[in-house]
Design a protein around this ligand. Sequence first.
Ligand code: ADP
Length: 547
Amino acid sequence: MKSTMQDVPLTIGRLLEHVSIVHPDIEVVTATPDGSRRRTYGEIGERAARLANALRGMGVDADQRVATFMWNNAEHLEVYATAPAMGAVLHTLNIRLFPEQVTYIANHAEDHVVVVDASLLPAFEKLLPTFRTVRHVLVAGPEAAEADLSALQATGVDVQLYENAIEAAEPTFAWPAVDETSAAAMCYTSGTTGNPKGVVYSHRSAYLHSMAVAMGDSLALTAYDRVLPIVPMFHANAWGLPYAAMMTGAMLVMPDRWLQPEPLVRLIQAEKVTVSGAVPTIWNDILGYVDEHHSDLSMIRQVACGGSAVPVSLQRALQERHGVKMIQAWGMTETSPVASVSWPPPGVEGEDEWQYRGSQGRLGASMQARIVGDAGIELPRDGESVGELEVRGPRVTGSYYPEDDAESQEKFHDGWLRTGDVGSLDRLGYIKLSDRSKDVIKSGGEWISSVDLENALMAHPDVVEAAVVGIPDEKWDERPLATVVLRDGATTTPEQLRAHLADTFAKWQLPDAWAFIAEVPRTSVGKFDKKVIRKSFADGELDVARA
Ligand code: ADP
């Protein structure tokens, strides 16, 4: 039987229309050096129409890629909304990747227009001559009017000020009907374990993902919230926070380039932020700052953390010392990204609650997962059997871009995505990861979880950060090397740290090589960069003690 319901596509255009009509007075706030600049969703609705007209004038009339090279700010949100709503494809470029990778990505995606923040021109000027398909550049942000554009103009590409283009354009736009399965946005993985790979989201997947992020058992977003996405909009859609805010009418508080703990805490307090999202390294920095300055964070209702394993010690410290409830989420660029969120099941309390909150979370609605062992056989969902995590669902990519990309075929099979993450799944759908497959430490044929070791080390009061990698060993193939950042003034020894771990780990799992370092190298999105640590060890750059 055919349903009688209206066939209205689930598109980004609907979100833009909804937020600008139903929540026109709610603001999008962008941090400035001495305060903020503010714009309402109603104003953004009109500016989006103007931007669409301006882009159409630049030949964006089909699925051309409109790229961004921007911080999190109101203009970035306007491009996020406008490009997909007009039927084009938003492509967020990661401003922190190595230049060669940005060049590769922009050319691979065949970007047509780039909107760039004036504050990023020094980096962008070097990139533009390497972009083969870019025809137009729009320079945005408060500094744009004073910016020297001569280097960009010298490339022969059309260069305009974003604000001028918006001002000159008509304030209404005939938004086209867009198929919900068509491309809305694309994003490349941050390349932590290899070359960046492109993922193309559909309108439908972005819409469903926004609903999933806004749900009560995820971030429970409403128009009463003031959301601070610290996680960059150039990486994995800022975990869907911008679109989820548009869906719910939540106010957005954008940090722009002020990502150090002091301005972030100031912004949280000034704008009474209720919800935020960032990777563990950022929260760790914020924790250090608020511990030292006794800052008030009581306005926060909940923060999300993910991108890499979130130590329970970090969650507990924020909750017990500052009343900030942190919830861990797991996901990948390939999964839109949020796929699981670690709310414990009802009735679970005390230490058991922390067991769940230390996990990568419970699968969200519409997500399916399985654990697959060495021989390609599905393992039981018993919370113990460890293998590779595979997922599928309507917000999981079915391939990389382009669809026939031969190099990446092995990541997909029978409709499942091989995540490259290793761990277990329990009967209630909670994921517990022990490693990424490329970081797994295999010692004497047995796996040692670097994530578990890191979490335990970071629970030691003298340890700021710790990253554990496998190093070659003649007898055992590999052994764990712990690289540790100690608190200022701490004189803790490897023997003491080993003794601290000995309570919870078997002897053969304990690191026997130790290096104290000034900071853990990080990737472009703030994750521990284990490739760099392994290379430093191989090049003899680490001062390694055996214990
Ligand atoms: P990249 O693969 O380049 O790092 P992504 O940002 O898409 O790009 O990273 C996704 C990966 O991040 C996941 O496959 C997983 O390894 C890691 N990750 C994300 N969230 C968590 C989490 N909560 N715990 C552990 N690892 C996580």
